[in-house]
Structures are given as structure tokens and as C-alpha cells.
Design a binder for this molecule. Structure first.
Ligand code: TYM
Length: 344
């Protein structure tokens, strides 16, 4: 990859139940990266409608995710925070990518298979083409780094494949239009830390997810202290004491998950947690986890609620972000049109 300016892009779907997995797998990293990079953080509302949404709920959830961004400490003045549907170039580039990506590539996407389930004939075309829109989200800004949880890895690989194929197929035109070295960077996934895949509190083999019917499977960011405490106390464990080293977590998914959550909330490695709690039983570890989770998440949840009450402020942040995102997106889309050969 040649010398593209470093730029971070990531997105979160406004589909409700913003949870601890989203927070630790994505948001905490968004906040960290804003110290070292220019960042664009997007509420991907067009992705949300790949499955049916109640319009009133959708608007509420767009503001909920925006509030989560701001409450976690993302600075919308230094960086860009906006919702996807306000910048039409995402959809425009996605169409070009629909014509670049191959059916065979999309057929391999495990998330489509999971989400479509058995009744694949009845899934929306949008759900199938979702990864192409995601590639467009990133590449319309020519972003180089994408902080995400583990579950997005395959989509990121597809985005790299699309960028590569566009650069190869249109190499001559890219060159003619003055973009030597390829037009798109190959965006790098940033999947790091002890909580890249937070699991359900009820079942250590399942990802913590917005759509799990059990409220006890996840901690939502807006849960109050009592709810957080109750969910952690009820979390599934095994009968053994905690091991003293990370290797001892193998084959113990629930223990591994709770230790990972503790480590991520504390900003340390799992080894550090085990050094402190190795040999102790779950009841004392869970008490410490409740205290830590309430201390870390409580203020974020409270700030989210405060922000969500002021929709005028939230909408203003999104509009301002969209205007700044549009300026970049428009310029890059113009270049794409020239490269493809469209007349304008
Ligand atoms: P979404 O909305 O499902 O999730 C938002 C972010 O949270 C991460 N995440 C998790 N991390 C750890 N443990 C979990 N249990 C967990 N659940 C979710 C996700 O990995 C993600 O980082 N396709 C994306 C949204 C998207 C996007 C993009 C992301 C659209 N365009 C462009 C990056 C760049 C999604 O559905 O995330």
C-alpha cells in the first residue's frame, strides 16, 4: 500500500440495545484512536434497514447511538460524527462496488447466512449486498484504519478485496486521472484488546448481541446500577475457582468472557486480572466486577440519557458532521466517476 494519509472510519448500526460488546469491542477503541488519528464515526442507518425497522424506533436508535458516541468521549468538533443517510455518496459508491464485488465473494459471508437464517429467499437484497455498502462507507473517505469487533473481520477482508479489484481493474484510468499507486487504500482492521468478542452472559458460546431475546444475555449501556449488578450476578459460570494464568481459561468460555470484560473495563490484560483474582471463587470476582462495571458504565449511561433528552443538540451534531463528511465524500466520488468513465 502506498502513502495514503492515515484516517480512521468506523460505523455502528442503530438497531437498539446498544450493549457492552459494542462498547468494549468498538467504542472504547474509537475513543482511544481519536488521540492519534483523524476519525470519522458513522451511525449506519442505511445498514439498519436491511432488516425491517419501525420508523419511529429507528429515529430514536439513531439518536441513541449518537448519544453513546458523545457520552463515551468522542469529540464531534475535532472529529466527524454523522449518520450515513445524510451523505448520499455512500449509496452511490456502493452501487459501483455492487458491480466490482463478485457473487462468489458475497456468498461466503457468514453474517448474511446467520442473519438470513433458513428462509434465505425472503431476505432483502440489501442484506445480501450489505458488505458492499460497508466497503463504500470506509472507502468513500479512503480511510486506512477501521476499529471493529472480531465479528466484522470477514467484512473488512471483503472491503480490501473490493479496493484491490477496483485498483487493478481500473489501473490505467486511475493512472490517467493522476492517482498513481492505486485510488483506494486497503483498509486495515483494528481488532485488538481483551474484548474483541464479548460473549452472552447466559451462554459463553454465543456472541453478546442486540437481538438476543434474553435481556440477561447482555448489559445495555443505559442499564442502571441495579440492572448491571443483577445481570452480572446471574451470569453463567462454572464450578471451579479462577485460574492464575490465561492458559487456564481454555475450555472455560464463561470464565474467559467475564475475565475479558473485567480486563477491558479496567484497561489491562487478562493476565493482570488473573494475577489479582487467580484462585478466588466467582462470587468474590463477580462482586468486584459489579463494582467496576457500575463505576465505568454508570456515568456513560447517565450521560447518554441526558443527551438523548436533547434531540435538538444531537440532530445538530449529526447535521454538522454530515456537512463535513459530505465535503470529503463528494470530492472522492467525483474522482471515482472520472475513473469509471462517467460523464459529468
Ligand atoms: P454492529 O452495529 O453490529 O456493531 C458495532 C460494533 O460493535 C462490535 N460488536 C462487538 N464487539 C465485541 N463483542 C461483541 N459481542 C460485539 N457485538 C458487536 C462490532 O464488531 C462493531 O465494531 N457492519 C457493522 C457496521 C458497519 C461498519 C461499517 C463498521 C457498517 N459500515 C464500516 C465499520 C466500518 C455492524 O453491523 O456493526
Amino acid at each position: 500500500m502506498s502513502n495514503f494519509p492515515q484516517l480512521v472510519f468506523s460505523g455502528v448500526q442503530p438497531t437498539g440495545n446498544f450493549h457492552l460488546g459494542n462498547y468494549l469491542g468498538a467504542l472504547v477503541k474509537f475513543v482511544e484512536m481519536q488521540n492519534n488519528y483523524d476519525c470519522i464515526y458513522c451511525v449506519v442507518d442505511m445498514h439498519a434497514i436491511t432488516v425491517a425497522q419501525d420508523p419511529l424506533e429507528l429515529s430514536k436508535h439513531i439518536r441513541e447511538v449518537t448519544a453513546a458516541f458523545l457520552a463515551s468521549g468522542i469529540d464531534p468538533k475535532k472529529h466527524i460524527v454523522f449518520n450515513q443517510s445524510q451523505v448520499p455518496e455512500h449509496a452511490e459508491l456502493a452501487w459501483v462496488f455492487n458491480c466490482i464485488a463478485r457473487l462468489g465473494w458475497l456468498n461466503r459471508m457468514t453474517q448474511f447466512k446467520e442473519k438470513a437464517g433458513k428462509d434465505r429467499e425472503n431476505a432483502s437484497v440489501g442484506l445480501y449486498a450489505y458488505p458492499n455498502l460497508m466497503a463504500a462507507d470506509i472507502l468513500i473517505y479512503r480511510a486506512t484504519h477501521v476499529p471493529v469487533g472480531e465479528d466484522q473481520k470477514q467484512h473488512l477482508e471483503l472491503a480490501r478485496d473490493i479496493a484491490q479489484k477496483f485498483n487493478n481493474d481500473l489501473a490505467d484510468s486511475i493512472e490517467r486521472n493522476g492517482f498513481g499507486g492505486g485510488f483506494f487504500p486497503l483498509p486495515e482492521p483494528v481488532i485488538q484488546g481483551p474484548a474483541t468478542r464479548v460473549m452472552s452472559l447466559r451462554d459463553g458460546s454465543k456472541k453478546m448481541s442486540k437481538s438476543d431475546p434474553s435481556e440477561y444475555s447482555r448489559i445495555n449501556l443505559t442499564d442502571d446500577a441495579d440492572q448491571i449488578a443483577q445481570k452480572i450476578r446471574k451470569a453463567k459460570t462454572d464450578p471451579d475457582a479462577l485460574p492464575s494464568e490465561a492458559a487456564g481459561l481454555a475450555g472455560r468460555p464463561e470464565a474467559d468472557n467475564l475475565v475479558g470484560i473485567f480486563a477491558a473495563l479496567q484497561g489491562v490484560a487478562k493476565e493482570d486480572v488473573l494475577r489479582e483474582f487467580g484462585g478466588q471463587n466467582f462470587s468474590s470476582f463477580k462482586s468486584a466486577l459489579v463494582d467496576l462495571a457500575v463505576a465505568k458504565l454508570g456515568p456513560v449511561g447517565a450521560e447518554m440519557k441526558r443527551l438523548q433528552a436533547d434531540t435538538g443538540h444531537i440532530d445538530g451534531v449529526l447535521r454538522d458532521g454530515a456537512a463535513r463528511a459530505s465535503a470529503i465524500a463528494r470530492k472522492n466520488m467525483t474522482a471515482v466517476k472520472d475513473i469509471v468513465g462517467f460523464v459529468r
